[in-house]
Design a protein around this ligand. Sequence first.
Ligand code: ATP
Ligand code: MG
Length: 570
Amino acid sequence: MRFSRAFIPTMKESPADAEIPSHKLLVRAGFIRKKASGLYDILPLGVRVLLKIERIIREEMNRAGAQEVILPIMHPAELWVESGRWDVYGKEMIKFKDRHERDYALGPTAEEMITDLVRKEVKSYKDLPLNLYQIGRKFRDEIRPRFGLMRAREFIMKDAYSFHASDEDAEREYWNMYETYSRIFERMGLVFKAVEADTGEIGGKFSHEFMVIADTGEGKLVYCEKCGYAASTEKAEQRKPEIPENREEKFKEIEKVHTPGVKRIEEVSEFLGRDEFPPEKILKLLVYIVDGEPVAIAVRGDREVEETKLKQVFRRKEVRLATDEEIEKFTGQPKGFLSPIGLRIPVYADYSVIPMVNFVAGAGEEDYHIKNVNWGRDFKVKEFVDIAEVKGGDPCPKCGAPLTEKRGIEVGHIFKLGTKYSEAMNATFVDEDGKEKPMVMGCYGIGVTRVMAAAVEQNYDENGIIWPVEIAPFEVIVIPVNVKKEEIVETAERIYKELLIAGFDVIIDDRNARPGFKFKDADLIGIPYQIVVGKKAKEGIVEIKVRKSGERFEVPVEKVVNKVKELIEG
Ligand code: ATP
Ligand code: MG
């Protein structure tokens, strides 16, 4: 490719709506352009990266035994009605009618479409297992599209679905996909972690998210360097603390204190004296509405409730904080001074409350708190549950070593679906024993366009993107510093051709522009290796610059191809 002919519209300034580096840089370096909220044009450089990402995915999926299909993006409503999701999927699904007034959706995911295909064709256990995947557009009318490609309304996803005659076989394939995903993201040169993830209403323990580690990630994860435990904070378990020995002997007399206008945990701690009453010694009491029923949730003052875990504990769909009116109505107490003592609704306490002794809680009346409260003596805990968010430094639930906390971008998700869709949609097969059974399913997604953004989020500096060579739009750029000097142009053209013949992805910056301008663009676009052809071309010497490390080597012209090969192969 010749830069002078290429459609690479680079920009000096970042777009005003771009909040994170990948969004800014992908626009500035000419990979993407915004069309409307959550909708992006992908320009030639962007397509080159996506094709490389897709190629790695295809190679590894095929190697793992999966087969590629292409299903329509237009999904007939009937299939979604059959699975029960037409009404539940919600506003994220873009729905429309055709000229015959039939309902359709633009596919946000394709369990229904694939199950429909497989149920029509597969009749016997002999046709199983089957793993089918596609790479294509998905549509989700996200409530807050943001961060460029990271959370878009139209994006590219690789989605795979597997069908099995037994639970064990579905589990085997789950781990096959786990390995496959690990290889895929390794080959892309990304730093990632596979973490245990929430399984939502389907339940069970088979769900992992693949998170690219990055400070700007929307997700949080914790992992243990000692035993390898790793989980999304939506799922991460707390180690259950022991009940302190002889705790009753430590109990002190209850004491009511005047705390005018002091409501929040931090304020209470300040007011009573942080040394004696840090947030760990104060009880946080919240009222939640769980499928219409009020419950009180107690956590240690320095902890947050993780609502995904709360939903999982109650195995309920709708979990939300009560409104101020609901709190008054269900407890008869003022918000901000809620007391567990004499509370009319059941109290569920987080594990973090177990070791608490002589703590502070609201008094159930305006402007008062109580000191030396103790669970068991002063109020009844209906059940101790694991609902607080795990943080870095907490003990690993498996081995007790301190956990490390990081932020991450979810680029992939694997999930054992069981028979949810096959039962709803009657996707059955006749087993070896002659009985008709629902197929056991799994699904496995990768956000292809999100991977492109995540890769940038992990690899950039003040000058621009630094692509991992495996997914770079070009591996090498040849930069003649002056296109008016014959020996420079000749040498550059010769190197360009040799690299092309040797099979490298190479672009030559043949524009008639100042060298500084060309170097800036090369850095911004993030091409891993730059070959600078300058004055020394006369002596048959050029310079190779490594984008990532900034290292520079002087190399004789005839050794350039070998040197590039050596650098890329590491
Ligand atoms: P998230 O929690 O980020 O909304 P999700 O759980 O809805 O993701 P899945 O339904 O598992 O995502 O989709 C599979 C993959 O598709 C995700 O792992 C992610 O990489 C990608 N993805 C999901 N939503 C978007 C989006 N709006 N824009 C870009 N990629 C997306
Ligand atoms: Mg989502």
